[in-house]
Ligand binder design. Structure first.
Ligand SMILES: [Zn+2]
Ligand SMILES: [Zn+2]
Ligand SMILES: [Zn+2]
Ligand SMILES: [Zn+2]
Length: 209
């Protein structure tokens, strides 16, 4: 019996979504684990699948994608969960600074409603994680960084990403006091990288043995 299996999550979800969930078995909806062969394994129905073989359906754009999977890190996902909660609690609607495709004056953007996709009717909210602005869909609790987010034009429903200029402006505009607070914020990327390095050295170590 393999009892020290780790729950799996996507290494890189489609549409730059920062996913805060484990991968579920497509047969029985229970959590999938990464086993020793680095395959996805369901403890409930014993299904074993090659992680590169599965096509997932993106919750944002509905396109199919494949992704490497990684170990679900409860600590990181707790941070994401708390951030989503705080963002929804604050209730500040997320709006892009501009719309490139349709002629909408910047002053008018605030009068439009923004959703993550056509079929979703729950608003997007803005918050902050790791000192960067984030967007959260209040229905699916999906989280993206502003600079990485694919906005949906409310008129023609085309998707677009903000230019670098706007993405960087968000970080440069911060006041000194906010910057000083950054030490108390947890850098998700750093944690993830450290974990990867740790995991790599463990793998290499066990290979040598
Ligand atoms: Zn997508
Ligand atoms: Zn299953
Ligand atoms: Zn448009
Ligand atoms: Zn949504």
């Amino acid at each position: 019996m393999e009892n020290n299996l780790k729950p799996a999550t996507w290494a890189k979800y489609h549409c730059n979504v920062i996913m805060n969930d484990t991968i579920k078995c497509q047969k029985c909806s229970n959590i999938l684990y990464l086993n020793k062969k680095n395959n996805l394994y369901c403890l409930t129905c014993n299904t074993e699948i090659d992680q590169f073989y599965i096509k997932w359906k993106c919750m944002i754009c509905s396109k199919e994608f494949s992704s490497e999977t990684k170990e679900y890190n409860p600590f990181i996902f707790k941070i994401i969960k708390v951030t989503v909660k705080q963002t929804l609690f604050k209730g500040v609607e997320a709006k892009p600074p501009y719309i490139p495709c349709c002629k909408i004056a910047r002053e008018q953007i605030s009068s439009y409603k923004f959703f993550h996709k056509k079929e979703c009717n729950e608003l997007l909210y803005e918050g902050e994680m790791d000192n960067k602005k984030i967007v959260v869909c209040s229905k699916f609790h999906m989280l993206n960084y502003y600079y990485n987010y694919y906005w949906l034009c409310p008129i023609c429903k085309k998707r677009y990403k903000l230019s670098h200029e706007y993405s960087n402006a968000n970080n440069n505009n911060k006041s000194a006091s906010e910057k000083n607070n950054s030490n108390s914020n947890i850098n998700i990327d750093t944690i993830e990288n450290n974990n990867r390095i740790k995991q790599k050295s463990i793998n290499e170590f066990s290979k040598k043995k």
